[in-house]
Design a protein. Structure first.
Lengths: 110, 113
């Protein structure tokens, strides 16, 4: 059973076309939800940590939000350099480990 | 400040061989975790070490082992390599626990032939 699901698997946007990526989770007792950006062949780069429902974090064109069962990564007016795979991960009370989703591959065309 | 460093960058081995991967955490970070990432998937947790002790283990066979040194650097060892062990191996460091933000290194690309 997948505990973390990201959608869509792939997203193609035109430069300036805003959109959202979704990360949903099925576990209880969430201790933290993390967003990372990963470029091909490289390690994930930390973006945001969210700890409780209602929390929001922003950085440049990105904004992350958290509800009780999902998180959204909103991308406003994206640029080609935002093209990457975006990963979310959770840590919860009974898990004992960080669990990643499969990622959303974002492509932004000029 | 230097980030998480890993060595080597790339490695090619044959089936049955053994491999050792190395990781140095961010200065001040005492916890190191290891992940395996196969193409097209998210990273999968292998181990977490804190203060030289194993604090968490993922669903990996006993062929995988790790240790942490007094300076908080870490090694991941994989014995009896299989073709399916080919992956990007990632090391992440955090201050203490897994709820602290984990910062990843660039990874070691392991190819098993």
């Amino acid at each position: 059973e997948d505990q973390v699901t990201q959608s869509p698997e792939a997203l193609r946007l035109q430069e300036g076309e805003s959109s959202s990526l979704n990360c949903s989770y099925t576990v209880s007792g969430l201790r933290g939800l993390f967003w990372y950006r990963q470029d091909p062949g490289k390690g994930p780069e930390f973006l945001f940590t969210l700890y409780s429902a209602g929390e929001e974090k922003e950085k440049e064109r990105l904004k992350a939000t958290l509800t009780k069962k999902e998180s959204f990564l909103h991308i406003t007016a994206p640029k080609p350099e935002d093209s990457a795979t975006y990963l979310c991960a959770i840590y919860y009370n009974q898990g004992g480990k960080l669990i990643f989703g499969q990622g959303t591959e974002l492509s932004v065309k000029p | 400040d230097a980030g998480v460093t890993q060595s080597p960058t790339h490695l090619i081995k044959t089936r049955g061989q053994q491999v050792t991967l190395r990781c140095s955490p961010i200065s001040g970070h005492k916890s190191v975790s290891w992940y395996q990432q196969v193409l097209g998937q998210g990273p999968q947790f292998i181990f977490q070490y804190y203060e030289k002790e194993e604090r968490g283990r993922g669903n990996f066979p006993d062929r995988f082992s790790a240790r942490q040194f007094p300076n908080y650097s870490s090694e991941l060892n994989v014995n009896a390599l299989l073709l399916g062990d080919s992956a990007l191996y990632l090391c992440a460091s955090s201050l203490v626990t897994l709820t602290d933000t984990q910062y990843f290194g660039p990874g070691t690309r392991l190819t098993v032939l």
